[in-house]
Write a protein that binds this ligand. Structure first.
Ligand code: SF4
Ligand code: ZN
Length: 312
């Protein structure tokens, strides 16, 4: 830098302190304190605006121990008692992934102890009689597809066991934008237009995503500022996922066109609103094997497990 010329450090548009983040949606620079307050405010607004919580609720928070779900649990434990008379219980699913799960589960245990929140841990081994690792050695499956289907079922079963009224997951704005793109790339328009709010009436435990208006970068910064999670290992299967490729693409689009992810979601929401007027909800049936509500004769998890047993 030339002598006598001061480096221009952006300052917070709210208070004038040094800024650490630029919000492309609000077109504002934010300091540590205002980034945290803004994130907590957006979670409270999402909970209120979408009626995600009511007094008397018992919310099962899916806690993998990773950054997103840990920030979700921390923020909910802060904002829920301020506004609602609702209970929070953390639920961790141990898929059985060696070299990854041990550390993240330990991180989940420490966090729940620190926050004083009851913690329920279930495993693929106890529920399905196998770990994800063993399943993948014996069967040529896509790791994340099998993991996603079985984890969803494990979380629903655990939530039912603890009599939860809803399941909160740490999906953020970037995840939502990636899901929209993935459905387009797969040409899966049924899933693209599926209205999750109507599923609630059709027998599914309600799923809520309180971080859906918060992007990954804000969550990472919030976690660092508040010291919520340290450095954790990455799932060894993560690089094989279709989502990993879409994530790279979405991150590049967001970098070159700030706010693009938010616009993908807004566009999708308008499309869903239009679709709701013309598409009648499909009929719901119940899985012949486990009784869970589903759209075919058996649910995805039982279908997957039955297929594996046949091949054994
Ligand atoms: Fe499961 Fe894939 Fe996530 Fe690993 S990256 S935990 S296999 S969904
Ligand atoms: Zn500030």
């Amino acid at each position: 830098m030339p002598a006598g010329k001061k480096e221009c450090i952006p300052t917070c548009d709210n208070c004038g302190d040094p800024a650490i983040f630029f919000d492309p949606g609000l077109q504002r620079h934010l300091c540590e304190r205002h980034l945290c307050l803004g994130l907590e405010h957006r979670v409270t607004r999402a909970l209120t605006r979408h009626n995600m919580v009511s007094d008397g609720d018992r919310i099962a928070v899916g806690l993998s121990g990773g950054k997103d779900s840990s920030v979700l649990l921390s923020v909910l434990s802060l904002v829920i008692p301020e506004h609602w008379d609702a209970e929070i219980i953390a639920v961790t699913v141990d898929e059985g992934i060696a070299g990854y799960r041990e550390e993240t589960i330990q991180s989940a245990v420490s966090l729940t102890q620190q926050l004083g929140i009851p913690h329920h841990i279930v495993s693929f081994q106890s529920l399905f009689g196998t770990t994800l690792d063993s399943l993948l050695i014996a069967h040529p499956l896509r790791a994340c597809t099998a993991c996603g289907i079985l984890r969803k079922k494990a979380l629903s079963d655990a939530a039912r066991e603890i009599a939860a009224t809803s399941i909160a997951t740490g999906h953020n704005l970037d995840d939502a934008a990636q899901s929209v793109l993935m459905n387009y790339f797969r040409g899966d328009f049924e899933r693209l237009l599926r209205d999750s709010s109507s599923r609630e009436e059709r027998g599914f435990i309600r799923r809520i995503k309180p971080l859906h208006e918060v992007n990954e970068k804000e969550i990472t910064l919030y976690s660092m500022i508040k010291g919520i999670t340290g450095l954790l290992p990455e799932c060894p299967y993560a690089t094989t996922a279709f989502r990993a490729e879409v994530r790279t693409l979405q991150a590049a689009i967001e970098y070159h066109y700030p706010g693009a992810s938010r616009r993908i979601i807004t566009g999708q929401e308008s499309l869903n609103e239009q679709a709701k007027k013309t598409i009648r909800p499909g009929t719901v049936s119940y899985c012949a094997s486990c009784g869970d509500p589903c759209s075919g004769p058996v649910c995805q998890a039982c279908g997957l497990l039955a297929g594996l047993n046949k091949r054994d």
